[in-house]
Design a protein around this ligand. Structure first.
Ligand code: GTP
Ligand code: MG
Ligand code: ZN
Length: 275
């Protein structure tokens, strides 16, 4: 039979098939092939002995969080507690662009902001909208529900940013575990421990464990550059310009005259320095 892996707990694979969940084991074969079944995988399984026999080809997959066959990602981003990190946001966008997963930016914790902070966040949001991203607040529940229809959506982002909280608000029956924010550090503390796929509002949604840092080791310099989607709108005189030391670079010019958000370019520089 064919089913989809919806959860993995150590060496137990929960496979969903025709409204039933089968608790399966995997075979040594996958270990030899160095391919580990992941949540989101379509699999052929033996329903009598509860063994996964074969992983069907993946449409796509992410390393962090480890999920496959997804259409879009909610990048759940807190404005405060944990403090807004434009660096983490930009890194997540780059990874998603690279894997051809559509990012949707969802900001949280507006209620904790002062008037002045709200204004600043609005400016930042406007920029991401202008360059082509869909940007939402976690309070826009009706809008969010509509986005799930016939899509597989992964929730990703910093630990404590409010992924599970938002899912619980969308459907209180889920009763996902919610973390506390450490008063001293203003950080979350890794509450969600495993990836889980759920059917929600005629689509599939995956809650995942958050992280506090993310590296882009698997990406080449060019791939990082291409992930900053607004850079390609500028025609630099130097062919295949990296927008770093090149002369008369139009991207650098756009940063200077405020057309490109300064933090975006600084995050780009930081990523390139490490390469
Ligand atoms: N004030 C405020 N608190 C929020 C909001 N969203 C989430 N929280 C709080 O933030 C804390 C962390 O929320 P979680 O939903 O557990 O965060 P998470 O992203 O699932 O974290 P991990 O599972 O560790 O990745 C909880 O105490 C929530 O109540 C919000 O919009 N405003
Ligand atoms: Mg969580
Ligand atoms: Zn350039």
């Amino acid at each position: 039979m064919q089913g989809q892996i919806i959860k993995i707990l150590s060496n137990l694979y929960f496979v969903s098939c025709k409204n039933q969940i089968y608790e399966c084991h995997s075979r040594g074969k996958f270990r030899n092939d160095k391919i580990a079944p992941m949540v989101g995988d379509q699999v052929i399984f033996d329903e009598k002995n509860n063994y996964i026999l074969e992983i069907l080809p993946r449409k796509n997959s992410l390393v962090r969080p480890p999920v496959s066959n997804i259409d879009q990602a909610f990048v759940v981003t807190s404005c405060k507690e944990p403090v807004f990190s434009s660096n983490l946001l930009d890194k997540l966008l780059i990874v998603l662009e690279y894997h051809q997963v559509k990012p949707i930016i969802c900001f949280t914790k507006k209620d904790l902001l002062t008037k002045k902070e709200k204004k600043e966040m609005k400016q930042i949001q406007k920029y991401y909208q202008k360059i082509g991203y869909l940007v939402l607040w976690n309070t826009e529940l009706r809008k969010i529900k509509r986005l799930f229809r016939e899509k597989t959506t992964v929730f990703t982002g910093q630990t404590g940013s409010g992924k599970s909280t938002l899912l619980n608000k969308l459907d209180p029956h889920l009763q996902l575990e919610i973390g506390e924010i450490s008063k001293a550090l203003g950080r979350g503390k890794h509450t969600t421990r495993h990836v889980e796929l759920m059917e929600l509002f005629q689509g599939k949604v995956l809650d995942t464990p958050g992280f506090s840092a993310l590296d882009l080791e698997e990406l080449e310099k060019e791939e990082i550059r291409n992930g900053f989607i607004e850079f390609s709108k500028y025609s630099c005189p130097y062919p295949d310009c990296m927008h770093l030391k090149e002369k008369d670079c139009k991207v650098k010019e756009a940063v200077k005259n405020g057309k490109i958000l300064k933090s975006r370019y600084e995050n780009y520089q930081k990523l390139m320095e490490r390469k």
